[in-house]
Design a protein around this ligand. Structure first.
Ligand SMILES: [Zn+2]
Ligand SMILES: [Zn+2]
Length: 167
């Protein structure tokens, strides 16, 4: 843990610049072309792949190519909102294609300190959980954090167009 400086935060606001730890495994996955055949999806913003230790019938991860550590680093901005929306679109279309028979899908993020890898990743599930007790890894703990549904996060970072009571 270290305190982020104002300069870093400023850099973050102008395009998530800098600061990826060299050992970040998800950065390697996102940029390593030799493993690109294991990717389910790749475009200029995000890549998707199977969770190495799946917790559900289908369990995919969608990550931004850019190193963004956690949901705490996302801001109420058009840039971050459209990135997360895009991650959700990619996850949805993959699951709808690969698990059309699934009755329930679920999409969300671990919030620190409950996240396993410090590179933003959207968990995409086609349920049921396998084995079923795995669901406990993805519980929302309300104000304590835990797992946050993508819809909730999108509400949190949706850019505000109108300011009804800005004071
Ligand atoms: Zn990374
Ligand atoms: Zn996670």
């Amino acid at each position: 843990m270290r305190i982020r400086t104002a300069a870093e935060l400023g850099g973050r606001m102008t395009g998530h610049s800098g600061g990826a730890p060299p050992e970040c495994i998800f950065c390697k996955i996102a940029t390593n072309s030799s493993i690109s055949n294991t990717l389910l999806h790749s475009d200029d913003k995000v890549v998707a792949f199977r969770d190495i230790n799946p917790s559900a019938f289908r369990h995919y991860l969608v990550i931004p190519k850019q190193h963004i550590p956690t949901v705490k680093n996302l801001q109420r901005s058009p840039e971050d909102f459209s990135l997360v929306s895009h991650m959700l679109d990619v996850g949805k279309s993959l699951l709808h294609k690969d698990a059309p028979q699934s009755k329930r899908y679920r999409f969300g993020f671990h919030q620190p300190p409950f996240n396993s890898v410090d590179h933003l990743h959207l968990h995409c599930f086609a349920l049921p959980y396998t084995p079923s007790w795995r669901c406990i890894k993805y519980l929302s703990l309300g104000p304590l954090g835990g797992f946050i549904e993508v819809e909730k996060l999108l509400e949190r970072i949706e850019p505000q167009i109108t300011h009804r009571s800005s004071m």
